[in-house]
Ligand binder design. Structure first.
Ligand SMILES: *Cc1c(COP(=O)(O)O)cnc(C)c1O
Length: 425
């Protein structure tokens, strides 16, 4: 037993020493626990850590505002006028999109509504939305309210994807079957990718192609996928995607969200859309003309001039991630999460199970750990021992080992703490 533990310990040490991404950990600020040591931080799926470069990026814009006032729009070191464009190339690489397909704007739920204005166009014969039963609450509210807004009843118009009785994750074959049988009634397929609760990652390309074959529009909420798993949005063919930047993308609390619209809709004249001046042709935007002349691509969906301070923080953060590279991060992530999975299995306590899919292709960094008959006291005790994680009632602890700043030793230490707490119960 002791030998086994030592092996895991030395494995963790070796993996950290040979990790080509190891220097990135030092680019982030870890909350300090009351014991004076950095926390074991596993909440990057909820709020990513602050990159050290963020502060200077914000100070730059504050200084330029002080120095230039309104003229900062043109004379700031990073002129504010086109500021959102500075984020596009890195975000496009992270999301697997073309630059005309990605924009950082608004917040996630707002973008989801804007996208449904354009891609949920119900008719008498086709007015339903397919969504996961366990979708994030905001997504469910957004979908139900759009349905009601169009005069339909969510009880009838919302088709829910459910796991089978006794199971937690949704089977691909069940998704296939529902789209095959009911696709003709479905106006929009809208799925959370990765699922915030189970950590299940859905095959976007497959779901998109079978849904398109049935004539449905397809959108994904990638809040838990962006910066976690390479999304390949363009290649997947999905019509739209939305995500936030404060989770795996480390943009800061409440930071501006992001939106993808596939190139096939760029420049389309007959797409309904809510419009504002920031979506208007940049050359003539200040001409204040009556007729709206949309920018080619997803930028046409922009409404307002964006909050520069938030964009500055996101810019700093996505530059860090882009330097690491989403594919390199994913390679480490698969190993890091597999190590976490192995150590949890090694605790040998039958009260513990992992509800996240075991197949690495069907999950990102996060593991959702169910502890039977646990109450929140176990989670609180983890906190007292310097672990920052996330608790979901009634009995699930979500742990995201984030490859950009978590180490194999973090994972090792976390499991040692969990194990000793379970043994002392
Ligand atoms: C985090 C998250 C949200 C949050 O929405 P905001 O508009 O950014 O507050 C919505 N949906 C999902 C699936 C999420 O994970």
């Amino acid at each position: 037993m002791i030998e086994h533990t030592e092996t895991d310990f030395s494995f963790a040490r070796r993996m950290d020493e040979t990790d080509k991404l190891k220097s990135f950990r030092d680019e982030f600020l870890f909350p300090v626990h009351t014991n004076g040591k950095p926390s074991l931080y596993f909440c990057g799926n909820s709020l990513g850590l602050q990159p050290r470069s963020t502060r200077a990026a914000l100070v730059q814009e504050l200084d330029d505002w002080a120095r230039f006032g309104v003229e900062g729009h043109f004379h700031a070191k990073n002129p504010w006028m086109p500021y959102h464009e500075y984020l596009t190339a890195a975000m496009a690489r992270i999301a697997g999109a073309k630059e005309t397909e990605v924009v950082v704007m608004n917040s996630l739920s707002v973008n989801l509504h804007l996208m449904m204005v354009s891609f949920y166009r119900p008719s008498q014969s086709r007015y339903k939305i397919l969504i996961e039963h366990d979708a994030f609450p905001s997504d469910r509210y957004a979908v139900a309210s759009q349905i009601r807004y169009h005069g339909y009843d969510p009880a009838d118009a919302c088709i829910e994807l459910k796991a089978r009785p006794g199971e937690v994750c949704i089977r691909q074959e069940d998704i296939d079957a529902i789209i095959d049988e009911r696709g003709h009634e479905i106006a929009l397929v809208m799925i959370g990718n990765t699922n915030y609760y189970t950590g299940q990652f859905f095959n976007m390309g497959h779901i998109t192609s079978i849904s398109h074959a049935k004539g449905c529009f397809v959108g994904f909420d990638c809040a838990h996928g962006a910066g976690n798993v390479p999304l390949e949005l363009h290649h997947s063919g999905v019509d739209f995607a939305v995500w936030c930047t404060y989770k795996y993308l480390n943009g800061g609390p409440g930071s501006v969200g992001a939106c993808f619209v596939h190139e096939r809709h760029a420049g389309s004249k007959n797409i309904p859309r809510f419009e504002g001046w920031w979506g208007h042709n940049k050359e003539t935007r200040f001409g204040m003309r009556d007729d709206f002349d949309p920018i080619y691509g997803v930028e046409a969906w922009q409404l307002s001039n964006p909050p520069i301070l938030s964009l500055a923080a996101i810019k700093a953060a996505v530059e860090v991630m882009d330097r690491a590279g989403i594919y390199t991060l994913r390679e480490k992530s698969i190993k890091l999460t597999a190590f976490l999975e192995k150590l949890i299995g090694g605790i040998g306590d039958e009260r513990i199970s992992i509800i996240t899919p075991a197949n690495p292709e069907e999950r990102g960094a996060q593991l959702s750990i169910r502890v039977e008959n646990a109450d929140k006291s176990l989670f609180n005790a983890l906190g007292e021992n310097g672990v920052i994680a996330d608790w979901r009632e009634p009995d699930v602890i979500r742990i995201a080992a984030v490859p950009l700043y978590n180490s194999f030793m973090d994972v090792y230490e976390f499991v040692q703490i969990l194990k000793s707490l379970l043994q002392n119960e």
